[in-house]
Design a binder for this molecule. Structure first.
Ligand SMILES: [Zn+2]
Length: 484
């Protein structure tokens, strides 16, 4: 994530197919989604990206509340003694923790971690609040920021040292209730990814080496990006009683006996914005799925001195009418010509553009242009509203289908190690039989550079298949790909 001086050229100068990393850096900066900051690896979310995030937050939050989740806010700082309470958890996070050691000139008695995640500070309180089965379930979530001081090469929105997310931390009296919630949450993530971000995925359980630090099992949605790299999307962790035991979260059951509680944690993060940009964008810049586009329709009036007022009046009237149903912007700036504006809104990925000139006004019509296909259509103004509603639906569907075709066109079943190596080299996601052994997985990573993604829920029969690497009896099918 290099800092660059003000971009001198407008428009995207790199082709997505030629250098996707460079293309991506240009797109996120020039479309004014984000900017680099004075802190390496930390991004500025400009209004355009924040507006998209706000839509994701609002839609997610609505669904979580229907599941009975309540929002809370816990402190940003976590005392070192708390962070260390669950051994696996601290082991997983300690290399990435940023510490506060001083306040003014005074050295603190105990170091304070800037939260990399909030299990430990929240469960300290949960232990105090939970007494009996009547206090359960607890379903708390916080929308906040976390810091993980990564040393890997940062990638805007995909891998940054600070990012935004929700962290849900729920507590149940029984294992069954906790497990049921995992699937409710995964369903919520699928809904947001499919119906808002137009992003297909593979889903399943993470391997033992890839699961969350401290969890019994981690489930996630995984995305294959156009560069052949995979990225983990939203997830849900079944923590069993691991944290309950470390933090003494106990309750008296209906029979009056003391029991440890069952817990889950889950999250969706701003990484989804990066995955969305990488999946849908093209050589002209962003292509935003309509449901998360801050501007769904932009109206560009074509203005000449003689007809200016007439055209503007019609443009305002259209904007007012459309504004009842969609997020519309009338670009009536006079300092730029229509062609300049077309390019700008294309780069910013606005799904639909309406071009309105004096001839159009005369004939009660406008030209509707789709960002994803570039297709132009002349529409009667009276039927614009209906047409636009249909077009937005079509754009969503075709973005999803295009991405789905890419995903399934790039998953290959592999039968032996040679084929696995080739698949990874060819930037594919490999679907392979695996023994489940952590050392075997480490060996695969060393030999191919790929990590396991998920063990899919819908398993093909394993029969008496052998592990793709070690040749021992396979336990399940799993996906391998290089991590982005
Ligand atoms: Zn093996």
């Amino acid at each position: 994530m290099e800092k660059k001086d003000k971009e001198s050229s407008l428009g995207i100068t790199v082709k997505k197919s030629e250098d996707i990393s460079e293309w991506y850096s240009e797109v996120v900066i020039k479309s004014e989604l984000v900017d680099y900051s004075a802190v390496s690896g930390c991004l500025v979310f400009r209004p355009y990206s924040y507006a998209i995030w706000e839509i994701i937050v609002a839609e997610t939050d609505k669904r979580l509340k229907k599941l009975g989740v309540q929002n809370v806010y816990f402190p940003l700082f976590i005392p070192e003694s708390l962070l260390k309470k669950e051994a696996k958890h601290v082991e997983g996070f300690s290399p990435e923790v940023a510490w506060v050691t001083e306040a003014g000139d005074t050295k603190l008695n105990e170091r304070l971690a800037i939260r990399p995640t909030s299990e430990t500070i929240m469960y300290d309180s949960y232990a105090k609040w939970i007494r009996s089965w009547r206090d359960l379930p607890i379903k708390y979530n916080q929308w906040n920021n976390v810091v993980r001081w990564e040393f890997k090469h940062p990638v805007p929105l995909i891998r940054t040292r600070e990012f935004l997310w929700c962290e849900g931390h729920t507590v149940f009296a029984t294992k069954e209730e906790a497990e049921k919630e995992i699937f409710e949450i995964l369903h919520t993530w699928e809904d947001i990814c499919t119906n808002y971000l137009a992003l297909p995925y593979v889903k399943g359980r993470k391997s033992e080496s890839e699961k969350f630090a401290g969890a019994v099992a981690t489930y996630s949605l995984e995305f294959l990006l156009p560069n052949g790299r995979a990225a983990q999307g939203p997830d849900a962790h079944f923590d069993g009683q691991n944290f309950a035991k470390a933090f003494d979260i106990t309750f008296l059951n209906r029979e009056g006996n003391k029991e440890f509680a069952w817990q889950n944690t889950w999250a969706i993060t701003t990484r989804m914005l990066g995955i969305m940009v990488l999946m849908h964008g093209d050589d002209k810049g962003l292509i935003l799925p309509p449901k998360v586009a801050p501007v769904q329709v932009v109206i560009v009036p074509i203005l000449f001195d003689a007809t200016r007022e007439k055209v503007l009046r019609e443009a305002h009237s259209i904007a007012k009418e459309l504004g009842k149903h969609v997020r519309v912007k009338l670009d009536d700036r006079t300092e730029y010509n229509p062609g300049w504006k077309y390019n700008e809104w294309e780069m910013k990925g606005v799904p639909l553009r309406i071009e309105l000139g004096p001839k159009d006004v005369e004939h009660d019509q406008a030209v509707l242009v789709r960002r994803d296909t570039g297709k132009k259509e002349t529409i009667k103004i009276a039927s614009l509203s209906k047409k636009i509603e249909e077009a937005l639906e079509h754009i969503h569907t075709s973005l999803f289908e295009k991405a789905e075709k890419f995903l399934y066109g790039n998953i290959v079943d592999v039968r032996n190690f040679k084929d696995l190596g080739k698949a990874i080299k060819d930037k594919k996601m490999a679907h392979a039989l695996f023994c489940g052994d952590e050392d075997c997985e480490a060996e695969i990573k060393e030999k191919t550079g790929a990590t396991s993604r998920v063990i899919p829920f819908d398993q093909k029969p394993v029969h008496e298949g052998k592990c793709v690497n070690c040749g021992k009896d396979a336990k399940f099918w799993i996906y391998f790909a290089k991590n982005y």
